[in-house]
Ligand binder design. Structure first.
Ligand SMILES: *Cc1c(COP(=O)(O)O)cnc(C)c1O
Length: 429
């Protein structure tokens, strides 16, 4: 049995101080058996908790750690920058350095603004889209997550109504009603909506939806979004907080060769430190203050420590073959799981793209949030407990995707696949 005494004790103490004992809800292990494990160290693809249990980690801090834990170059870059202080609240040369690094290697970005989280990037991009177009409504898709921005914490209402219904207390109806919600892949619904409503500023989408399982879209659907946005003078925002620098240096925009008007970043861009950014064409970005009238600011935005981590990470991603190697490794791992699933005809699948994968409890390809089967949660809860015992750490929910990092080598992946397969066998025995 996995030792959990120390995590259990720490969690009890944390609960007396913090709501639910955590600082971000999914960490609380609500959908799996608790207590949540308190991690104290990570190295390469492995993490160690306060009871000294070691795991092969497929959560990777929810995506930022594409180079694994405790990457030497990132650590050294942070240490070096730290010698000179942590923040000045002034322009700093590292900003120019990361700006050049990204803009010279991303064909769809001309200008960028750095912020401190993915949520902040999305919130700012929405304001910019509204300021630029002079229109007020936003279209989003059910199953896409865009951080905890008020107006995006909404889901589709009942029936044919597309007005958003708040999914969080504290979001006034007046905010939710400016967000229109559609199912992914619903072209007819989108065309109808655009024909009826002239007040839409932007469409925001995770081009590779990875927050509700991995709902990989058809290329055609994304191309059609671009076309419709052009026809209706609406901005297309790709929320690439997960997919950015993950499926290639140019993210999903590059992967699908589609130019969005604005792109939001987070996670990988900060090399494991809190960073977000948004960017697009100069002509649109010129509307941001102080160049333009759309206000957006940040005390610790583009602080030197975070940027040096980002620079050290991105430079490694630009090495020849980085993404193709990572994708090959992921395919190797995914195939080992699929072989077991198919040989035994389990009602499961592994959906994957780039170095992202998702274990789904259904044989068929899933592309929309409303195709997810709620019985998956119970199966996942059991599987998750078995996996922890076996030394495998996955995000604690059936709807979280897994990430492979450059620090997972073939041997690690073979061992992990072997263990996951054995856990599946127990689950379905
Ligand atoms: C994680 C995420 C966000 C929010 O980023 P935070 O840094 O957690 O605020 C926004 N959009 C997507 C697609 C994400 O995956």
């Amino acid at each position: 049995m996995l030792k959990k005494e120390n995590s259990k004790q720490l969690f009890e103490q944390a609960q007396s101080m913090f709501p639910g004992g955590v600082h971000s809800p999914v960490r609380a292990f609500k959908s799996v058996d608790g207590p949540p494990l308190f991690m104290k160290a990570g190295n390469g693809c492995k993490i160690v908790d306060e009871d000294n249990n070691e795991f092969i980690d497929f959560c990777c801090s929810w995506g930022p750690l594409i180079l694994g834990h405790n990457n030497t170059k990132i650590k050294n870059a942070i240490s070096k920058t730290l010698e000179n202080g942590t923040s000045f609240g002034t322009p700093n040369k590292l900003g120019n350095e990361i700006g050049e690094l990204i803009l010279q290697n991303h064909r769809f970005l001309e200008k960028l603004r750095f912020v401190s989280s993915g949520t902040e990037a999305v919130m700012s991009a929405l304001r910019l889209a509204r300021g630029y177009t002079g229109k007020s409504k936003v279209i989003k898709f059910e199953g896409c997550y865009h951080g905890h921005v008020d107006s995006l914490l909404v889901k589709a209402g009942s029936g044919l109504a597309t007005f958003g219904v708040s999914t969080s207390a504290g979001v006034p109806e007046s905010f939710a009603k400016d967000t229109l919600v559609l199912q992914l892949n619903d072209l007819a619904g989108l065309e109808k909506l655009l024909a009826e409503d002239q007040d839409i500023a932007c469409i925001i989408i995770e081009p590779i939806p990875a927050n509700n399982g991995l709902l990989i879209q058809d290329h055609n659907f994304l191309v059609w979004l671009r076309t419709l946005c052009d026809e209706h003078n609406i901005l297309l925002i790709f929320d690439e907080v997960i997919s950015g620098f993950r499926v290639g240096f140019e993210g999903a925009a590059g992967y699908y060769n589609i130019e969005p008007d604005l792109i939001t970043f987070g996670k990988i861009i900060g090399g494991g430190m809190p960073v977000g950014a948004y960017g697009g064409r100069s002509e649109i970005m010129a509307h941001i203050a102080p160049e333009g009238p759309v206000y957006q600011a940040g005390t610790l935005s583009a602080n030197p420590i975070s940027l040096s981590a980002g620079i050290a990470a991105l430079n490694q991603l630009l090495q020849d073959g980085f993404y193709s190697d990572l994708e090959k490794k992921t395919q190797f791992f995914v195939n080992l799981l699929l072989e077991n699933i198919r040989a035994k005809d389990y009602n499961m699948n592994v959906q994957s793209i780039g170095s992202i994968f998702w274990l789904s409890f259904s044989r068929k390809r899933i592309q929309r949030a409303d195709e997810l089967d709620s019985s998956a949660s119970d199966l996942f809860r059991s599987l998750h407990a078995l996996l922890l015992e076996a030394g495998i750490y996955l995000g604690p929910s059936a709807y979280e995707v897994g990430f492979i990092s450059a620090a997972h080598d073939y041997k690690d992946l073979e061992i992990a696949a072997e263990k996951i397969n054995r856990c599946m066998d127990i689950l379905f025995s």
